[in-house]
Design a binder for this molecule. Structure first.
Ligand code: BGC
Length: 814
């Protein structure tokens, strides 16, 4: 068995774990393996064990409440973090997240997501890092090291092959052993080896016929046996379905609670002789180890006794954002903007910034800097003129712009028993997460109430998301008083992600506040696995004539020196719980860009999306900057980069191309099965195999200076590449190494990423990138021997700026 050597401190911790374990009876042990509520495990005061608290997620730490009352720093999306190609920056992000977790009493962060970008249609693409397993593993390693250096655990997720959302609870992903090993398992393996995560999260989906929460082979044999993982295996939320199957398949903790397949059901299984107590002990040992490491078990020294210094969250969010922005096109050095010029800033997302993706990764930051805020602050007064241009929200969206709402809880007599904030008009109270003073027993109704101040005059549409009894009142008129039936979806999170139903249209006047109230009758949910209060008020502003909006934007663009158009996806396009249907920008945004570009040759387009979108006009504009979901400081970072205070530092972690050209796209199973029949050819491996040219290749990204590649040398294990900054300002280059077998043979990609390093140099200066070649880069998984096989032969090590822009090569025979 592989795995880290145990230190004396580890041994001492294990001794405390063993002694605590020895004091527990079977009922208590099995109780510890089941969530007591949405986010935590029970405390066991008799052994000095605190309640272990877990929380999402990748870009921030929400804490145990779905509420804006205790805000969280919101970092850029995981795709953005990967675009920095900087494991050290990922580590620093992790340190900040540990700080946030500790502040919120969280022991374990439900992150990072290291599934792969198999199809660009994957709904949670924004939440994963890359199409490349090596880059994913490096970024994930940095992230886990950072979080755990702050004494907080991670659950690397979702183990494994949870690469799309359609039918995620039931889909059987059929993946060859080789593709599993070389692609989908590879980031998990690298992170286990290099960062020793304290936890892992097993996925909803099935792999090759066995659901992942019961996958004895992948969990017990591969993850634990071969790789030496000694952490805790937590189920994805509601993923565990069978008491005996889950325990035997290596699951330690079934989340959330209180009704799970573990707990009492597991105690009964022990008594019935269906599972052994020793197997339960193994799981409990791993939970206690996790607790001991995070400092939640009295008498055990936590894994981290000296915490890292305090991190400035806002500054780090801004730094990561500008380092992640990928400048994919910069014709005639359109960027940075020349000083003293005026800017027409166009786009709904320029004002109402979309800073994070939807679903469980959602957090509520204390502030959001929009592109309009950021540019207005950075440029001289009067230099920025704003126009909406096009509205990407073609459907009802959450009630956030112009609403001040709070939730009022009442008992059956109509007495107020508690109140809470209601971020974005959404109520998401799960399990015991209820406002202070409110209990399941006393709660009868929740009223979302407050004021809405419209920005535009005209007919405003209001809608309701959720099921059950509702009353909707706007400006004194009752528009709906009835029952909204379920949409019939099997995903228990449908109420989070479902489509709102239109219920009212009210004629309102810009600037004139009106009262809004949505009351929901809370039903008893005896049979449900978790009681929940889930509903939302949705809203859509009056639809202005789209042609008129574009005409206004064109006029603004004509009057300015430069036009900056921010195009974006919406919450209905990129989120958890569903996949995308296409890669087009929603609404009339493509028409908008074309019209603006025609009116102003200095048109810069900022693409505010977490994952690839089609940019059919990309050759018609001066510059294209991908800003991902840039986190709470996105607008400030955008100003940093547009004005040239900093160069954009990102390189594509994933190929950007059209859906029509993309070689691997399927996310919809047939009769419950999704065959990964492209095998090891996903991402750039597939684009190259098919001989197709994407819009922008993997690894691509421009800075504000230029580089020549002067030499490349290798001693067989290390490659040294000398690059010269030939531009006029200092910059950072990501030197990428691709390994290309001289004779690839049928089953191998033409080349693959084998290493990379970021270097910095001033104008005219030379920098040296020293990159170690991992042995694994030369290995393939041999399905006949079921082991790694080192493929001898001649390889070119190609160093360059992207997979398509290879500048220099050195040959090596191994
Ligand atoms: C997601 C997980 C998340 C969990 C808890 C699930 O729906 O798949 O990534 O950690 O919910 O919010």
């Amino acid at each position: 068995m592989a795995g880290p050597q145990r230190t004396p401190a580890d041994e001492a911790r294990e001794a405390v774990v063993e002694s605590a374990l020895g004091k527990l009876d079977v009922d208590t042990k099995t109780r510890l393996l089941a969530g007591q509520d949405m986010w935590s495990l029970p405390a066991l005061p008799e052994i000095g064990l605190d309640s272990l608290v877990m929380s999402d997620g990748p870009i921030g730490v929400r804490g145990v409440r779905w509420s804006a009352d205790d805000p969280s720093v919101a970092l850029p999306s995981p795709t953005a973090l990967a675009a920095t190609w900087d494991p050290e920056l990922a580590r620093r992000a992790g340190v900040l997240l540990a700080q946030e977790a500790r502040r919120k009493g969280v022991h374990v962060l439900l992150a990072p997501t290291v599934n792969l970008h198999r199809s660009p249609l994957g709904g949670r693409h924004f939440e994963a890092y890359s199409e490349d397993p090596y880059l994913t593993g490096r970024i994930g390693t940095g992230y886990v090291q950072g979080v755990q250096s702050g004494g907080v655990g991670t659950t690397v997720k979702h183990f494994v092959a949870n690469d799309a959302e359609t039918d995620r609870f039931t889909v059987d992903n059929r993946v060859s052993e080789r593709a599993l090993r070389e692609l989908y398992l590879a980031p998990f393996e690298a992170i286990v080896e290099n960062a020793h995560p304290w936890g892992i999260m097993t996925a909803y989906n099935t792999v090759n016929g066995t659901t992942m929460t019961e996958h004895h082979y992948l969990v017990n044999e591969v993850l634990r046996g071969e790789w030496g993982f000694d952490g805790c295996n937590v189920s994805d939320w509601f993923a565990a379905r069978d008491t005996v199957g889950a325990l035997q398949g290596g699951l330690d903790v079934a989340m959330p609670g209180p009704r799970t397949v573990f707990g009492e059901a597991l105690a009964q299984a022990v008594r019935d002789g269906k599972v052994t107590e020793a197997a339960v002990d193994d799981a409990v040992r791993r939970v206690l180890r996790l607790a001991a490491r995070t400092g939640a078990l009295a008498g055990a020294e936590p894994a981290v006794t000296e915490l890292p210094g305090a991190v400035d969250g806002e500054a780090l969010a801004r730094e990561i954002a500008r380092r992640s922005f990928v400048l994919v096109r910069n014709d005639s050095a359109a960027l940075p903007l020349k000083p003293g010029r005026t800017v027409a800033l166009i786009g709904a997302a320029a004002r109402d910034a979309r800073v994070l993706g939807g679903g469980s990764a959602t957090v509520f930051p204390a502030r959001i800097v929009s592109p309009l805020d950021g540019l207005t602050a950075a440029l001289p007064e009067g230099a920025v003129r704003y126009a909406v241009g096009a509205d990407p929200a073609t459907e009802l969206a959450v009630a956030d712009q112009g609403f001040t709402l709070r939730a009022v809880c009442r008992d059956a007599n109509g007495e107020v028993i508690g109140t809470a904030s209601a971020p974005n008009g959404q109520i998401q109270w799960l399990g015991s997460d209820l406002p202070d003073g409110v209990t399941r027993e006393t709660l009868h109704s929740v009223e979302l109430t407050g004021v809405f101040t419209p920005r535009e005059s005209g007919p405003h549409t209001f809608g309701i998301r959720g099921t059950g009894g509702f009353t909707l009142r706007v400006a004194g008129t009752t528009y709906f008083d009835g029952v909204q039936p379920p949409a019939g979806d099997s995903d228990p999170f449908e109420a989070f992600f479902g489509t709102p139903v239109e219920r009212a249209q009210a004629e309102l006047t810009a600037g004139e506040p009106v009262e809004v109230s949505l009351t929901h009758l809370v039903e008893r949910q005896e049979a449900a696995p978790l009681s929940a209060v889930l509903f939302a008020l949705a809203h859509q502003a009056p639809r202005r004539d789209p042609d008129e909006l574009i005409a206004e934007a064109v006029e603004a663009a004509r009057a300015a020196d430069t036009a900056v158009v921010v195009v974006a996806t919406t919450e209905r396009v990129e989120s958890e719980g569903f996949d995308r249907k296409d890669l087009a920008l929603p609404g009339r945004q493509d028409d908008l860009v074309r019209a603006v570009a025609e009116a102003n040759p200095h048109t810069v387009v900022v693409v505010n999306s977490g994952s690839p979108v089609e940019l059919p006009w990309r050759e018609e504009v001066a510059a294209v900057l991908l800003s991902w979901f840039p986190g709470q400081e996105g607008g400030a970072a955008l100003a940093d980069v547009l004005t040239g205070a900093y160069e954009p530092g990102g390189r594509l972690p994933t190929t950007w191309g059209s859906l029509q050209d993309a070689p691997v796209t399927r996310v919809v199973p047939t009769e419950g099965r999704l065959d990964y029949d492209e095998d090891v050819f996903i991402g750039y491996r597939a684009w190259e195999k098919e001989g197709r040219t994407p819009a922008y290749p993997f690894g691509h990204g421009l800075g504000y200076t230029d580089w020549t590649y002067e030499s490349a040398e290798t001693d067989g294990t290390t490659v040294t590449v000398r690059v010269r900054n030939t531009g006029t300002r200092a910059g950072r280059e990501v030197v990428q190494l691709y390994l290309a077998p001289t004779e690839p043979g049928a089953g191998r990609p033409a080349r693959w990423l084998a290493g990379f390093a970021g270097v910095e140099a001033g104008p005219g200066e030379v920098a040296e990138a020293v990159v170690e070649l991992p042995r694994r880069a030369f290995e393939i998984w041999d399905e006949t021997t079921n082991s790694w096989s080192f493929v001898k032969g001649s390889y070119e090590i190609q160093a360059g700026r992207s997979i398509a822009d290879r500048r220099i090569a050195v040959t090596i025979n191994v």
